[in-house]
Write a protein that binds this ligand. Structure first.
Ligand code: URA
Length: 203
């Protein structure tokens, strides 16, 4: 899956040299969004993880695998969506041979909104699915408690093509990976698929 419009391809090239916040210094590369250039659904995650940083593509690691399966179960073809992150460089601290994920701060989210805004304007999705609190902060511009706001449409205003754009908050797939027991994993995965199905039904 690759960037599908000339404008997005140009933005991705510019973002490759981004110095808007310090995260570029330790990351391997900028991980720009990819997918259908005029997708009706945009999925926004937090930031690339270890594998995404190395591959240069969003959601190709363990969280991406869960996301792919959940999208499939919810009847959403990943080839028809645009997938991106609120922050486009991997933030981590080295620990031995491992790189441990660090949450981006509000300054980093604000700096990277420059690129997310370009993606949102170009793709102009009817539905933007916000995977977790960082994505929700980036798009809604405020602190979001996932448990309180997940699973319902949030109006984003009119789209240039007419009709209203909607946001929809759900959990980040990495949350499912961190759950300690299998029963909780199964329950939360089913709720995640349910959210995605509900979101797709809003189109
Ligand atoms: N987590 C994210 O939020 N985005 C990715 O691309 C991978 C993991």
């Amino acid at each position: 899956m690759n960037v599908a419009s000339a404008e997005l391809a140009a933005a991705a090239r510019d973002a490759a040299a981004c110095r808007r916040c310090p995260l570029w210094a330790n990351a391997t590369q900028t991980v720009f969004g990819e997918g259908a250039g005029r997708a009706r659904i945009m999925l926004v995650g937090e930031q690339p993880g270890d594998q995404e940083d190395l591959a240069g593509r969003p959601f190709v690691g363990p969280a991406g695998k869960i996301l792919d399966t959940a999208l499939q179960e919810a009847g959403i073809d990943r080839a028809l969506v645009y997938v991106t992150n609120a922050v486009k460089h991997f933030k981590f601290i080295p620990r031995g041979k491992r790189r441990i994920h660090q949450k981006p701060d509000t300054g980093e989210i604000a700096a990277c909104k420059f690129w997310l805004d370009i993606e949102r304007e170009q793709v102009n999705p009817r539905l933007t699915v916000l995977l977790g609190a960082t994505a929700a902060r980036a798009v809604l511009g405020r602190t979001v408690t996932i448990g309180r706001e997940r699973g319902r449409p949030i109006p984003l205003g009119p789209t240039p093509a007419g009709g209203d754009a909607l946001a929809f908050v759900t959990v980040h797939p990495s949350f499912l990976l961190r759950l300690p027991d299998e029963a909780a994993k199964r329950r939360e995965y089913a709720a995640f698929v349910g959210d995605l199905r509900h979101a797709a039904g809003l189109l």
